[in-house]
Design a protein around this ligand. Structure first.
Ligand code: AMP
Ligand code: GLY
Length: 426
């Protein structure tokens, strides 16, 4: 069969790599793709938001399945557009992708169906938000309601910071209309875990757990980024945590969406905080995580096409998801200066070292081909993933592999997965 993947990041490269393992797939296209995805797919210069062009392309090439990697097209309703044209597509419809598209919606859903999360208030008016902050407990978390490239969340330690935050989101509109409405939320402490799942509208199957490192600098310092590295599984995601979440969070969310007439098919990504009082939902995403996908999919044994089709057909209960009994670590190689200002266009050398190297992967994020060379083309450039029999070995392997490639202004964190030592060494 022929598959089209929509997106251009490290996540889409990992998805494309996994789809390429399927015996059922004869041809992969990716729109718009990047220089790494080109190795497993034919990249086509159509943007992820150009729905008409994507539909026309899928029809022309007789694509059997389109997989949407990114949040923006999902929230804007790409799945509805494909379905209306009779095209098979993997992802939630617009009325379900709102689970990620509106924080106010997801918080109200959790409240209504008693899914554990931080307490919160929603505001459409900056004056009301500021009035509320006069007496609110600090720290607080301010969240733009809409999509903001993962950057619309402000953790405010003082009342002054919080007031300034309301101004930034609602008055200065740093994230545009995403900040017309905000959620002000209780600050929670604990370990964060990312759990990706396949959902068929009714049934849910959880993938192996992962943990992201969002801050730019070692020791979780510096600005929030799209993610500087991940590891899988998370040693904090115990059997007890899983049992709690299966009952009170995962199935409860799928049931809630169904009850609301917003049946969800696709990927639900649960951002969890493991608090002293048990697991709480930090956020939902309606798509694979980036860079979580780069450590989860290399450990997955199933043919991903079988699982995606079961989600579309509503037969996920018949599927047994299987993961390797090992670990994986992904270290992001970024352009120095990310997530603020950075330069692009530098040649990347050493990529061939990954060819035919079992258990080592280089997933491209911001790269492109220029005069036959692969050059940097974004803040996050590459995701270097390696597997190992346990997390420590996987980490050593991943860091070794980061030395195989080089480009000007290469920057990475040196402590991806380090926090696990306290658990693993115990
Ligand atoms: P989100 O986009 O909602 O996942 O938020 C981005 C990051 O902000 C999360 O990964 C957490 O590190 C942090 N965060 C979000 N909400 C809270 C909260 N209620 N308490 C503490 N940290 C939070
Ligand atoms: N790594 C977090 C995200 O994909 O949103």
């Amino acid at each position: 069969m022929k598959v089209l993947i929509v997106g251009s990041g490290g996540r889409e490269h990992a998805i494309a790599w996994k789809v390429a393992q399927s015996k059922r797939v004869s041809k992969i296209y990716c729109a718009p793709g990047n220089a790494g995805i080109e190795e497993v797919a034919t990249c086509v210069p159509i943007g992820a938001m150009e729905f008409d062009k994507l539909v026309a392309f899928a029809k022309e090439k007789q694509i059997d399945l389109t997989i949407i990697g990114m949040d923006d097209p999902l929230v804007a309703g790409i799945v509805d557009v494909f379905e209306a044209e009779g095209l098979k597509v993997f992802g939630p419809r617009k009325n379900a992708a709102i689970l990620e598209g509106s924080k106010a919606f997801s918080k109200d859903l959790m409240k209504k169906y008693k899914i554990p999360t931080a307490s919160y208030e929603t505001f459409d008016c900056p004056e009301k938000a500021m009035e509320y902050l006069e007496t609110a407990m600090m720290p607080v978390v301010l969240k733009a309601d809409g999509l903001a490239l993962g950057k619309g969340v402000l953790i405010c330690n003082t009342r002054e910071e919080a007031m300034q935050g309301v101004k930034t989101l609602m008055l200065d509109k740093q994230f545009g209309t995403a900040g017309n409405r905000i959620v002000i939320e209780e600050f929670m402490t604990g370990r964060e875990v990312s759990v990706l799942s396949f959902v068929d509208g009714e049934h849910i199957k959880i993938m192996t757990s992962a943990q992201d490192h969002k801050r730019a600098k070692d020791g979780d310092e510096g600005l929030n980024t799209g993610g500087m590295g991940t590891f899988s599984p998370s040693p904090y995601y115990t059997k007890e945590v899983d049992e709690f979440c299966q009952t009170y969070i995962y199935q409860a969310t799928v049931d809630a969406m169904k009850m609301e007439g917003r049946s969800f098919k696709g990927i639900i990504f649960f951002g969890l905080m493991l608090t002293e009082n048990g697991p709480r939902v930090l956020e939902y995403n309606a798509r694979f995580g980036d860079p979580e996908t780069q450590v989860v999919l290399p450990r997955m044994k199933n043919d991903i096409i079988d699982v995606m089709e079961a989600c579309i057909d509503g037969t996920l209960d018949k599927v047994q998801l299987e993961f390797e009994d090992n670990a994986a670590v992904c270290v992001v190689l970024a352009s120095s200066g990310y997530p603020e200002h950075y330069e692009k266009g530098f040649e990347i050398k050493g990529l061939e070292a990954f060819h035919n190297k079992d258990g080592y992967y280089v997933f491209h994020a911001g790269t492109k081909k220029e005069d036959g060379k692969v050059v940097t083309n974004g803040g996050r450039v590459l995701g270097i993933t390696a597997k190992g029999s346990d997390l420590k070995k996987a980490r050593a392997n991943a860091y070794e592999a980061t030395t195989w490639v080089d480009f000007a202004n290469k920057y990475m964190r040196n402590d991806i997965g380090k926090a696990i030592d306290e658990v693993v060494d115990k």
